[in-house]
Design a binder for this molecule. Structure first.
Ligand SMILES: Nc1ncnc2c1ncn2[C@@H]1O[C@H](COP(=O)(O)OP(=O)(O)OP(=O)(O)O)[C@@H](O)[C@H]1O
Ligand SMILES: Nc1ccn([C@H]2C[C@H](O)[C@@H](COP(=O)(O)O)O2)c(=O)n1
Length: 218
């Protein structure tokens, strides 16, 4: 079984995916973390990301890391996905304002999208996949598809509880990222839409689970 959970930035995708995956006893995959990891790697190496010409050097870097035995390694742990590289957990570095500001530029590069999608499609179901285009493009034949949304204000208020930032600037940054990600963020036509602003996290997880078959007793 494949379940996809897509949605706008900070709509609760990874929190909901984690809760649902735990209830179903299956892994979940955070595709956004792979885009963030590639962005982080580019920033570390001083590679620009804001032109179509950025794609070649970025893909060269990712392939060189793989050849050297130090690839960006997504680990789909039930309590939260991690990315490791060269024996180091780099996950915390992927949720900074700097990565947030550049990740949309990286995510429009077609070669990077292929790099991410190939890694996800190589995995054997059952799993949940969360991101923007999991249900529309990467796994169009998924068994169950969800699309999460909430107002930019609600999302910003939640985000400032995780990061010491001003709510107005976080809201503006979220709106900007929504605009820049719009091309790959169109919901799959058969996705069930859920407003995560209208319930607590356990309530939203229960809403999703109500649409899914009960987990097999093992
Ligand atoms: N229904 C909810 N009620 C209250 N808080 C929530 C709810 N859903 C998510 N949150 C909180 O909102 C914040 C953002 O959630 P999360 O990181 O899961 O979103 P995301 O869509 O994966 O974000 P990003 O797009 O940045 O990867 C977290 O602090 C999370 O705990
Ligand atoms: N399937 C995906 C997942 C993510 N992205 C891009 C767009 C986001 O701005 C960025 C970070 O994702 P997030 O952590 O907010 O889920 O990655 C995408 O284009 N497609």
């Amino acid at each position: 079984m494949i379940v996809t959970i897509d949605g706008v930035a900070a709509s609760g995708k990874s929190s909901v995916a984690s809760g649902v995956a735990r209830a179903l006893h299956v892994p979940y995959l955070s595709s956004g973390l792979l885009y963030r990891a590639a962005t982080w790697a580019a920033l570390q190496h001083g590679l620009p990301l804001d032109t179509p010409e950025a794609e070649g050097p970025l893909l060269d870097l990712l392939h060189a890391q793989t050849q050297a035995g130090t690839p960006l390694d997504l680990r789909p742990l039930p309590e939260g996905n991690q990315v490791w590289q060269a024996g180091r957990d780099i996950s915390e570095a992927l949720h900074t304002a700097e990565v947030d500001a550049h990740v949309s530029a990286a995510a429009v590069l077609p070669g990077l999208r292929e790099w991410v999608n190939a890694q996800l499609r190589a995995l054997t179901p059952p799993f949940l996949a969360e991101g923007r285009d999991m249900g529309s493009t990467v796994f169009p034949h998924a068994d169950h598809k969800f699309y999460l949304h909430a107002s930019a204000r609600v999302r910003a208020e939640r985000r400032v509880k995780e990061r010491a930032q001003d709510v107005d600037s976080v809201e503006a940054a979220l709106k900007l990222r929504d605009e820049r990600d719009v091309r790959q963020s169109a919901p799959a036509p058969d996705a069930i839409h859920i407003d995560t602003g209208s319930g607590t996290l356990p309530e939203i997880i229960a809403q999703v689970l109500a649409h899914l078959p009960a987990p097999s007793a093992t």
